[in-house]
Ligand binder design. Structure first.
Ligand SMILES: Cc1ncc(COP(=O)(O)O)c(C=O)c1O
Length: 372
């Protein structure tokens, strides 16, 4: 099997599993108990919080653990909407956002909170000037993904953050895809809220975090006892939080060693060398995640091609059943025509990916494209 779907999810790093194991075995104390069983668990959770904060240049008490990226974004968006209804009732986001952002905004319409969806260019990137044009007197939140999950395009978060800051509007960044792949710095981005998803970062599924800048007030999302600095009720998931902390430490080390785009670039060069103009790149040519290679094979159905790559795990943005291929919503929003969109496959490389795996996939792909 060759796994090239690291944007969908990553394996849990063995060092992360090892860090978690004591909290699934003997260390079962409640972190809120002040006795000898509780205290070490509390210390481990707080140490994990510090590691997550370091990864994004935040302070530990600005980090709240969540069940994942989706919960983090739901909390940021709904929490901002309900924090103070007098502040306003309008939000802004972009057309290629993840459902974790678009879903809560659509739901908020039931409460009279509207949103503007700003379009993107052919690379999937928003023009900050268009966000500025969409700002109204009643705008309370701008939500922008750092990296687009299907095509990997990096959005101009720092520029949009500066606009939000100058207008006194809260700025939420969805960093689910970018964290651990490119530097993420809440100060450089002017982010007030930032979503983290553990399973894209070599931690397990079911853990994430929300960064909430000191002084920023958003409503609670999960009501209960006073856990997570009184912000999120429910006894803490110690093992998972410790896992995310370890994953953050590994990410800091990994990022200190460079940008890691060599394999993605090698993959693209090899594809071009064998397929020439039978393959086209989707997403921004340079402002793109070092993991992501979304390519189209015009005249082909991406899902059908993928089915011919024996043992290869990648993904198609298109939901396709033979004869009924639907183009990806994201590629369509980028203005990519139907034929090219239907022919798209997203390959995403990860830390364990090797050149040998890429060579094998390019060989299979070339045969599949040329034979059909
Ligand atoms: C950009 C983006 N935001 C949010 C999410 C949701 O994260 P989670 O799966 O942790 O809920 C994902 C996961 O696919 C994503 O790619």
């Amino acid at each position: 099997m060759i796994y090239l779907d690291y944007n969908a999810t990553t394996p849990t790093d063995p060092a992360v599993t090892n860090a978690m194991l004591p909290f699934l075995r003997g260390q079962y104390g409640n972190p809120n108990s002040s006795h000898a069983m509780g205290r070490p668990v509390r210390e481990a959770i707080e140490s994990a919080r510090t590691s997550v904060a370091r990864l994004i240049n935040a302070k530990p008490d600005e980090i709240s653990f969540t069940s994942g990226g989706t919960e983090a974004s739901n909390w940021a968006i709904k929490g901002a909407a309900f924090a103070d209804r007098r502040r306003g009732d309008h939000m802004i986001t972009i057309s290629v956002e993840h459902p974790a952002t678009l879903g809560p905004m659509q739901w908020l319409e039931k409460f009279g909170i509207s949103h503007t969806i700003v379009g993107v260019d052919q690379h999937g990137r928003v023009d900050p000037a268009q966000i500025e044009t969409a700002v109204q007197d009643n705008t309370i939140l701008i939500s922008l993904m750092h990296a687009q999950n299907e095509v990997g395009t990096l959005e101009p978060v720092a520029e949009v953050g500066a606009i939000a800051r100058s207008r006194g509007i809260l700025f939420h960044v969805d960093a689910a895809q970018s964290l651990g792949k490119v530097p993420v710095d809440v100060e450089a981005m002017n982010a007030d809220l930032l979503s983290i998803a553990g399973h894209k970062l070599y931690a397990p599924k079911g853990i994430g975090a929300l960064y909430i800048r000191s002084g920023v007030e958003i409503d609670k999302f999960i009501h209960g006892a006073g856990q997570e600095h009184g912000r999120r009720g429910g006894t803490e998931n110690a093992a998972m939080s410790v896992g995310l902390g370890k994953a953050a430490e590994l990410a800091i080390e990994y990022l200190s060693k460079g940008s890691h785009s060599e394999l993605r670039d090698y993959f693209w060069q090899q594809m071009q060398a064998t397929l020439g103009n039978r393959v086209v790149l989707n997403g921004h040519p340079t402002e793109r995640l070092p993991s992501t290679l979304n390519v189209s094979f015009p005249g082909h159905v991406g899902g059908n091609l993928l089915a011919k790559l024996d043992g290869v795990c990648a993904s198609t943005g298109a939901a396709c059943h033979s004869g009924d291929a639907k183009p990806s919503r994201v590629l369509t929003a980028m203005g990519i025509d139907r034929e090219r969109a239907i022919g798209a496959i997203r390959f995403s490389v990860g830390r364990p990916t090797t050149r040998e795996e890429i060579d094998a996939v390019v060989k299979m792909l070339t045969q599949a494209v040329i034979a059909t």
